[in-house]
Design a binder for this molecule. Sequence first.
Ligand SMILES: Cc1cc2nc3c(=O)[nH]c(=O)nc-3n(C[C@H](O)[C@H](O)[C@H](O)COP(=O)(O)O)c2cc1C
Length: 404
Amino acid sequence: MAERAISRFFREGGRPEGTPYSPISHLTITPHRATVELVVLGGFVEVWLAKEGHDGLVGINCLEKIQLSTPATLLGAMIAGVDVVLMGAGVPREIPRTLNDLAAGRIVHLPIDVDGADADRFTLDLDASDVVGPSLPTLTRPVFLAIVSAHVLAAFLARDEDIRPDGFVVEGPPAGGHNAPPRKSVIDEKGELLFGPRDEPDLAKIAALDMPFWLAGAAGTPTALREARAAGAHGVQVGTVFALSTDSGLVDDIRNALLDGIRDDSLHVRTDPLASPTGFPFKVAEIEGTISDRAIMVGRPRLCDLGFLRTPYLRPDDVVGYRCAAEPEHMYERKDGTAEDTIGRACVCNGLTASVGLGQTRKDGYRELPIVTLGSDTNAARQLLEIYPDGWTATQVVEWLVTT
Ligand SMILES: Cc1cc2nc3c(=O)[nH]c(=O)nc-3n(C[C@H](O)[C@H](O)[C@H](O)COP(=O)(O)O)c2cc1C
């Protein structure tokens, strides 16, 4: 599989300036074998690299909502020996079974949500022994942690043995990336989604489930870690200060702009209710020259060439189609989507890849611009700037958290 990917995609000496990346075929419910292989390799490589040079535990974090890549990503991650799988942005009820099936060498049948079709009518099937062949090793079943924001979802998942995770990450509204929608949708005059006190997770009710849990969202300081433990949590999950560390893939200019904005208190991270075509609120760091600027976002000629966030829907001819609210409006409408749904949507696929320096250059020369996500609470970063004025590594963050 690695040889096939290298001979197809590797360019000796790198990608010449202005040359587009080679296209890959989109994920579907019946994906091409070459696409499955790339996703398996992606999951494998992420975990393999993260495991190099230490014997600590490594987890992989996927979005439940992006179902089409889930089985192959998890297979690749498990071949590399992933210790923990974490999944939110949806109700991750099928994941315990998926992990059990992969570890037992059974074929995975992951039910796929298809707009307009009955639940459970469509599944994405993956036979690991067919994809990997005889070299498939025996796979260890990783621990599974469900990312939740409300105790109601935690209680629902905990109730039934078939869908019960091994623990929870309880993520509050300030967390970077995608957020759970607030209970009541209030949008201010700048178009920003506001959370209220009722969106704060009820930790006492989560602790009462008697399962391990970690807190996320503005929990990345030594004080927050101590408070989390006092509330019964095992620990915390941290994103923002790792994203700002020199070990993250963020383009240096972006990292520096974020740190400058934190230093002089000018950085604003908004909860954008529309930007992500998944429909989930998405934290967008407002940085000049990026897609956070609405004029730049609207000026981007729409094109859906990566398609990771496409949602399956049932076409009138009873076949599964795929659409994304950030694709060209006329195409979305041709696929029975509504024009209203396309307003304010950013191409998160291209924006995020650009934010880590892998932005596409189109044939006509158009360069995809970054979209940057970060948590809205910059308190931890401000504290770290006092200790490390010129920036920090991931190791320094961990040391600071556990030894201060
Ligand atoms: C740059 C960035 C990317 C993230 N991407 C994901 C993701 O793909 N999936 C996910 O479940 N959480 C994602 N998160 C959320 C983190 O896993 C974590 O829960 C959150 O950042 C914790 O809150 P904090 O940002 O206040 O530290 C991301 C966070 C950041 C800052």
